[in-house]
Design a protein around this ligand. Sequence first.
Ligand SMILES: Cc1cc2nc3c(=O)[nH]c(=O)nc-3n(C[C@H](O)[C@H](O)[C@H](O)COP(=O)(O)OP(=O)(O)OC[C@H]3O[C@@H](n4cnc5c(N)ncnc54)[C@H](O)[C@@H]3O)c2cc1C
Length: 428
Amino acid sequence: MRRFRVVGAGVSGLSAALLLARRGARVELLSREPEVGGLAGSWRFRGVPCDLGSHRLHRDALEVPLLREMTRDVRFIERPRRGALVLQGRWIPYPLGLVGMLRGLHPRAALTMGLSLLRGGTLPVGAGDVGFEAALVPVVGREAYEVFYRPYAEKVFGVDAREVSQTVARLRVSTSSPWTLLAGAAGREAKVYLYPREGFGAITRWLEDACLRAGVALTRGVSWDRTYPGESVERTLFAGDLRGLVTTTLAHRGLHLVYLAARGEHLTAVETLYTPEARYLFGRVGNVGGYAPERAPPGETLLCVEVPEGRHGPALDLTAGEGYRALRAQLDHCGALPASAEVLALEQRFIPGVYPLYLRGWRERWRETLARVPAAVIPFGRQGLFLHCNTDHCVALAREAVDHAWEHGTPQAWESRAERWLSVRVRD
Ligand SMILES: Cc1cc2nc3c(=O)[nH]c(=O)nc-3n(C[C@H](O)[C@H](O)[C@H](O)COP(=O)(O)OP(=O)(O)OC[C@H]3O[C@@H](n4cnc5c(N)ncnc54)[C@H](O)[C@@H]3O)c2cc1C
C-alpha cells in the first residue's frame, strides 16, 4: 500500500488527504491545532459558529468536483449580495459598478478615472515589477488611486504602496478595475453567492468527516517539521506554512478579528461593509446574520470586524481602553454600529500568516525558496505556496498536488505547475 503524509488540516490538506485515501493510499494527516479547518474553519461566539472573517463561495466554485459532491450533505443557500463600500462618507453598493464607483468619488477623481478608462490603460504583465502604484495609476487615475487603492494596500500590508508588487494589483484589484466594471462586474454572478446554512466551517467539517470515513489517520496538535519522527512515507504533501519548511525572507501579514455582539436586531443593513480608507482601522465589517439570517441569536446583531495587522503588529488590543474607544467611534462613523448600541460581548483573536506580503521582486525570492524545499516534500495550499487564493482554488490545487505525488512528479515539474496558481484572481 502506498503511504503519504499530509501536513496542515485546512481545506487544502483535508482535500488532499481525502483524495489520496480514496485512491487507496494509507494517509496520515497532521493538524497543528486541536480543531481542523484552518482559515476556512470557525469558532464559537455567543453560541454561534462564526467564520474567521467574511467568507462566501461564488457559484462557479461548485465546478470543483469535491465541492459539488459536498452539496449532497451541506445545505448551501443562495444569498443576494448586500455589501457596501464606504467612501468619503457615502455608501456605494458593492460589488462595485462603474456608476457607483464614479458617484462615490469626488467629481475630479471621477473625471480622471473616466479619462483613464477612455485611454484604456491595462495592468502590466511581464518580467519587471514596477510596483502597485506605477501599475495602477495609469489604469484608474491618480485621484482614485489615492482615495481608494493606496489606503487599501497600505492598510493590509503595512508598507508604502510603492513597495508592494504589481502582482497585488492583478490579483486583488482587477474586480474593481474600470474595464471589469464596464464589463459588468456587478452582473448576476457578482450579485449572488453561496453560503452553507450552518456557517462556512461546514465545508471543512464535511471534509474532515469524509477523511475519517475514508480511513485517513488524523493526528491533532502536531506541528510538523523535517525532524518529525513518524513512519516513513513516499512523499509529504505540505499545506502548512512554507516558512516552517525552509528559511525564507518571504513574509506574511496577519489579521485581527474582533467579534462583537450588540443588543438589537438588524443594526447593520448590509451583510458586509468594505472600508478601505485609512481613517478606519478595519478593512471590512461582516454582519453574521446577513450571511445566514437564522444564525444570529434573537435580539442581537453579531459583527466580525477585520483589522489587518498592517503596521500595527500582532499586539493590538481593541477590546479595552483607547483601542476600544477608537473602534467604537469608527464603527459609528462608517455606519456599521451606532455609538448608542449596547455591546453585550466582545472578543478578539489574532490570526497570523493570512496575507502573503508580495513586495516588488517577490517572485524571484519565491522561486529561490521553492528550490530549497526537499525533493520528498510537495508544498501546496495557500500557506505552502504563499498564495492569495479562494477556498475552491485550494481544493482544485490539492487535486493537482495529489496527481503530482501519485505520478512521482519531479520538484521542477511541480514548481512550474505551482507557478500558474500565483496568478489566479482572488474573488471577494
Ligand atoms: C479574511 C479572509 C476571508 C476570506 N474569504 C474567502 C471567501 O469569501 N471565499 C473563499 O473561497 N475564500 C476566502 N478566503 C480564503 C480561504 O479561507 C483560504 O484560501 C483557505 O481557507 C486556505 O486553506 P489552506 O488549507 O490552504 O490554508 P490554511 O487554512 O491556512 O490551513 C493551513 C493549516 O496548516 C496548519 N499548519 C501550518 N504549518 C503547520 C505545520 N508545520 N504542521 C502542522 N500544521 C501546520 C495551520 O495551522 C493551518 O491549520 C478568505 C481568507 C481570509 C483570511
